[in-house]
Design a protein around this ligand. Structure first.
Ligand code: MOS
Length: 764
């Protein structure tokens, strides 16, 4: 039961437009903030204005006097106790801070009060009148302050995340040449178009419905149930559309239980939408990192050893590592490796994964390093990477064979499309008139996470099919991807498939992150749709009144909304088969265990946990691959780098929907350009507060910053990963791209910048 390569598919592998596109364009796709409930009250969150200390006093008098104010929740309120939950690594990241439980402040932007009113305007006005006084304490708000200047809060070695093989000391000693360099990446904030929002509506004291844009309904359900002491089944999460998440919508941030508590206290539904500034406060960020490398090369330019000391920041009570070592530890053939992490606690709040967490920040250092080493070895950067390519049969990290690896083909395809052969290696040698041209490249890779999944397929009386999965469409195209899989399995037009997602009462599924939803949930939908097809076939071939009576299963083709003998008219449509069954609907439910997984993963999923198999599995190391080539154009008088062209080729397994996959890959590369040139959260060293918590000053690329971007997807299904042969497209596009930009800038200018963003002050 696989989508076989070569078998023509009407939808799978094709460019299928979003089935939810028309609703989105018409405004008919309802996002959390747009739900309206009877008696809905409006809330405004008040955030701490110091990074560390405690609340001395709160004067609510003026705020409470505002007409329409219903309640103000603070740590002094009665009846809002929450039970602590296990935080990362035992539980979800970001959940160690229980809101409004004490006057203690441990990060900037920590929620300190919730004002609820009849109208949003009244709540906003009252929130401004709330007078809060603080006792401020010393703080370290940045990685820089954690490492230097101020006394260390805490340094935590993370041995289980480290990696060691061979003998690095010996590898460095025996090397023909050695090289050391340190690479830095700053804090980044996720900025999905859609703000975090929540509506909580109680039904009595034991049941609550939560509307929330989330990447992980089951985590919200189980975490809130644990905090409130409820049965998970009594927490109903509704999340039909998510306007981008990028990792920030994957956990239960403190505003969520705050609103749930307010709704219970008031006996009315309460809605909260965070402001853009609050999107920089208590909903996570990508931690700043510093990666110190020592590497050795032999006299044929092969790596002999690599030592990586990674320091990354985290919050005070959560310990979430930004895993910059993920890529360096496995990408290139190298017998000797030492990877060590140190986590620095800061009063910046809990950090969390952000698109290709670890891989995006870690590949910047590694791939600039590779460019520097290539130059030292006197080799073309692409040739140097080919020389250090890790063979298909041996993952340097684990020694296991790869499930499927076509990285060399990615190099070929992208280099060819880019025209890399025409590169003059001399620095500053390529010009267009006065303008300097630089060409750089980098390798991309991203691990495969595959989850247990469940789905239901239901044939309805009018012949259309409903697909149900308690998963999410975070903007990536899940509705369209799943509809295409079901349509091909059943020989139905895609318009005859309705996909239902975003409700925790639908068949259970896990986290929509780590580029896993299409392959994991897609496998369950494939199983359910194929199961439905088999049962309908069974019904038709065993009924003497059916034109298909006695026909062998393999001769029957699902097409045109029914089952037919080969290309003939002999057969009947699904409506007729359903009548034959004497039912007005027929449904099939299926559970899938990912390849190299077991019942344990399904049990974990059903318990509200992740339920996914690690990238390095029992038999195979499973990763996706890519190569990114970049052209920059720089005016030598102003040193303003512009990215004019990006070409990336990616080996991501079977492409399920060529249009949405290309969109993910393109978006990832655009983000990589932003990471290279624009993105950085600035923290005021004196106050510990963020200076650019808005989209005017937190720079991301706009149309004028992006030239041509070409994504090429190789089409090699990987059946060691999933029944669909798919791996994942969501994150790999950003990996390596920032380094390719930096390398192109070096090629144009001779300026080696070892930190992002590469702003013009660093080039002058
Ligand atoms: Mo992602 S950072 O796995 O949403």
């Amino acid at each position: 039961m696989t989508v076989q390569k070569g078998q023509p598919q009407k939808y799978v592998g094709q460019r299928v437009s979003r089935v939810d596109g028309p609703d989105k364009v018409r405004g008919a796709a309802t996002y959390t903030a747009e739900f309206d409930l009877p008696e809905l009250a409006h809330a405004v969150l008040v955030s701490a204005t110091i990074p560390h200390g405690s609340i001395r006093s709160i004067d609510e008098k003026a705020a409470r006097a505002v007409p329409g104010v219903l309640d103000i929740l603070t740590h002094e309120s009665q009846g809002i106790e929450l039970k602590p939950v296990k935080a990362y690594p035992r539980g979800p990241a970001g959940t160690s801070v229980l809101p409004l439980q004490s006057p203690r402040i441990e990060f900037r932007g920590q929620p300190v009060a919730l004002v609820v009113a009849e109208s949003l305007e009244a709540a906003q006005h009252a929130a401004q009148l709330l007078e809060i006084e603080y006792d401020a304490s010393d703080f370290r708000a940045t990685l820089e302050q954690g490492l230097h200047g101020l006394p260390l809060l805490d340094r935590l070695p993370l041995p289980p995340l480290g990696h060691s093989r061979g003998n690095v000391k010996k590898g460095l000693k025996d090397a023909a040449s050695t090289f050391e360099a340190t690479y830095d990446t700053p804090v980044h904030h996720h900025n999905p178009l859609e703000m975090h929002a929540v509506i909580a509506a109680w039904d009595g004291d034991e049941r609550v419905t939560i509307y929330e844009p989330t990447q992980w309904m089951q985590s919200a359900q189980h975490t809130l149930a644990a905090m409130l002491g409820l049965e998970p089944d009594n927490v109903h999460v509704i999340s039909p559309f998510v306007g981008g998440g990028f990792g920030s919508k994957a956990t239960t941030w403190p505003h969520l239980p705050t609103v749930v508590l307010a709704a219970r206290k008031l006996g009315r539904p309460v809605k909260l939408v965070l402001s853009r500034a609050q999107m920089f406060a208590a909903v996570g960020y990508r931690a700043a990192t510093t990666s110190a490398y020592s590497v050795g090369l032999d006299d044929t330019a092969h790596l002999t050893a690599m030592k990586l000391d990674a320091q990354t920041q985290t919050g005070v009570s959560d310990l979430f590592p930004e895993q910059v070592g993920n890529v360096p530890k496995m990408l290139y053939a190298n017998p000797n490796m030492d990877l060590k992490y140190t986590l620095i606690r800061t009063h910046a709040g809990p950090n969390i994964m952000m698109r290709a967490p670890g891989e995006a920040s870690g590949s910047f250092g590694l791939e600039v390093l590779m460019d520097e080493l290539a130059e030292k070895a006197g080799l073309d950067p692409l040739e140097f990477r080919r020389r250090n390519h890790a063979p298909e049969n041996s993952d340097p990290e684990s020694g296991k064979p790869y499930s499927s690896k076509h990285l060399l083909e990615c190099y070929d395809r992208a280099a060819e499309a880019f025209g890399w052969a025409g590169r003059n290696p001399e620095i500053g040698s390529m010009r267009d008139g006065h303008t300097l041209i630089g060409w750089g490249m980098a390798t991309a890779t991203y691990p495969v996470y595959a989850s247990a999944a469940t789905a239901r397929a239901r044939l309805c009386a009018d012949g259309h099919v409903e697909i149900e999965a308690g998963s999410h469409d975070i903007g990536t195209g899940t509705y369209s991807i799943l509809a295409g899989i079901a349509a091909d399995s059943l020989g139905l037009a895609i318009e005859r498939i309705t996909v239902k997602l975003g409700d925790s009462r639908l068949p259970k599924n896990g986290y929509s992150g780590g580029s896993r939803t299409a392959s994991s949930v897609g496998s369950a939908v494939l199983a359910a749709a194929m199961g439905l097809r088999e049962e309908l076939m069974e019904a038709a071939t065993h009924d003497s009144a059916s034109p298909l009576f006695g026909v062998a299963g393999q001769d029957i083709h699902p097409r045109d909304g029914g089952l037919y003998l080969g290309e003939t008219d002999q057969g009947e449509d699904y409506i007729a088969i359903l009548k034959r069954l004497g039912k007005d609907q027929h449904e099939v439910y299926r559970e899938t265990i990912p390849h190299e997984g077991s019942q344990k993963h399904l049990d974990q999923l059903k318990a509200g946990k992740d339920g996914s198999v690690a990238a390095v599995a029992e038999r195979f190391a499973r990763h996706s691959w890519g190569a990114v080539f970049v052209e920059v154009r720089i005016d030598p008088d102003f040193m303003t780098p512009r990215v004019s062209r990006v070409v990336g080729a990616f080996d991501i397994g079977q492409v399920i929907n060529a249009k949405t996959a290309e969109s993910q890959l393109t978006g990832g590369m655009v983000w990589g350009v932003g990471m290279a040139l624009h993105e950085e959260t600035h923290t005021d060293a004196r106050t510990g507060l963020i200076l650019n918590s808005n989209l005017a000053e937190y720079h991301i690329p706009v149309n004028a910053d992006i030239g041509s971007v070409q994504a090429i997807a190789l089409d090699h299904p990987d059946f060691h990963v999933s029944a669909l042969g798919a791996r994942g497209a969501g994150e790999i596009g950003i990996v390596g791209t920032a380094a390719a930009v930096a390398n192109a800038i070096y090629h144009a200018t001779g300026k080696r910048v070892r930190e992002t963003p590469i702003t013009l002050d660093k080039l002058l």
